[in-house]
Design a binder for this molecule. Structure first.
Ligand code: PLP
Length: 390
């Protein structure tokens, strides 16, 4: 089945929909049983889409989990109240005091903070590695290395990793390969085809797609699914059926949304690359992007999120650019229908083992579903404000 067909069908089994088109919203704490036999049946089958207790999920979460496995693959999907919770819980499910993990230097900043502030406290050591390291990661693996954590493209700076090369080495040393697949969204990158064992997503972004829900997912291969699932239960992770319903609704349009985000973003990225104010465009589909060859080989498309680096302007000039934007609003997160803009003045302070080669500010854009010409006009006026301050 092709992706667009999967998107329409995902999670819509009759047991979840009761015969209507969409899965129903089942709100529950207590699930009640009339007989001991019924209760025992639920106890035995709670891992198998049978309701036992609200925290263990209802038909709405079963439908969403089923949908995520349909899109992304894997043996099962654990749910968390945010993407960050998915990352932290997936990692903690597989490490103990004395272990070591490898984490990509271009990782999402809160993931790095978790490693440095929480894992360090319990005696789990983190070594960061160059996103372009490939098979040379072998030199960093120690006898106690448990997890190799990837994120591709890298947060803000967009480096694409050679996932299969890293996964092959990691597996030779019995390490678990975990990937933050938020940018790929389970649509443009199929993690389990490239050696990933556990794929984490901030469903907050493109899965939900409308900037109104926080949600995290972790899908896993058969080998690691029971441990991931059991640890998720043990740590009390659960999600609201109303939020999951919105995420299921988001999924129905993710194919068409991503194609439009991609088309508009490519047009704007091309336009930016010809602007005199731009040092470089950081977009995985551009030949100049670090790891572009792996993007060409492994991804089926891009989306609305990319960055560019300015070649001029101090903080005040960049502030002038940002402050007057009409359509691009400043805000964290991305993946909704609206355009966003964010400036980072010191990329180097987000890195510990790689050298950031550029001097001026990096601007990250999320290209929303507005008319692309309106967005270009907005950026053009932003550059005029920047130039006035230079
Ligand atoms: C936003 C984001 C997260 C965290 O998701 P939240 O739902 O905001 O906690 C994790 N990884 C990446 C790459 C993200 O962009």
């Amino acid at each position: 089945m092709k992706t667009d067909t999967k998107i329409v069908r995902a999670g819509r089994k009759a047991e979840f929909t009761q015969g209507v088109v969409n899965p129903s919203v089942t709100r529950a704490s207590t699930v009640v049983f009339n007989t001991v036999a019924e209760m025992n049946h639920a106890l035995k089958n709670s891992h198998n889409n049978t309701m036992l207790y609200g925290r263990r999920g209802t038909t709405t979460s079963f439908a969403f989990q089923d949908a995520m496995v349909t899109l992304e693959g894997g043996a099962g999907c654990a749910l968390y109240p945010s993407g960050t919770a998915a990352i932290t819980n997936a990692i903690i499910s597989f490490v103990e005091t004395g272990d070591h993990i490898l984490v990509v230097d271009s990782v999402y900043e809160p993931t790095r903070d978790y490693c440095d502030k929480i894992l360090a406290k319990i005696g789990v050591e983190t070594t960061y590695y160059d996103p372009l390291i490939g098979a040379a990661i072998e030199a960093l693996i120690k006898p106690n290395t448990k997890i190799v954590f990837l994120e591709s493209p890298g947060s803000i700076t967009m480096e694409i990793q050679d996932v299969p090369a890293i996964a092959e080495i990691a597996h030779q040393h019995n390490c678990i390969v975990m990937l933050d697949n938020t940018w790929g969204a389970g649509i443009n990158f199929q993690p389990f085809d490239y050696g990933v064992d556990i794929s984490v997503q901030a469903a907050t972004k493109y899965i939900v797609g409308h900037s109104d829900v926080m949600l995290g997912t972790a899908t896993a291969v058969e080998k690691y699914w029971p441990q991931l699932r059991d640890n998720s239960y043990l740590m009390g992770q659960c999600t609201s059926p109303d939020d999951l319903y919105l995420a299921l609704r988001g999924i129905r349009t993710i194919g068409v949304r991503l194609r439009q985000h991609q088309q508009s973003a490519l047009k704007i990225a091309q336009w930016l690359s010809e602007r005199p104010e731009v040092e470089t465009v950081l977009h995985p589909a551009f030949a100049s992007n670090a790891g572009h060859e792996f993007f060409q080989r492994d991804f089926t498309g891009s989306n609305g999120l990319f960055s560019f680096v300015l070649n001029r302007g101090n903080q005040q000039a960049v502030t002038a650019l940002l402050d007057g934007m009409e359509h691009f609003k400043m805000g964290y997160s991305w993946g909704g229908f609206e355009s966003l803009i964010l400036a980072t003045h010191n990329v180097q302070k987000l890195r510990t083992v790689t050298k950031w080669p550029y001097q001026h500010a990096l601007i990250r854009l999320h290209i929303g579903l507005e008319d692309v010409d309106d967005l270009i006009e907005d950026l053009e006026q932003g550059f005029a404000r920047l130039n006035q301050e230079c």
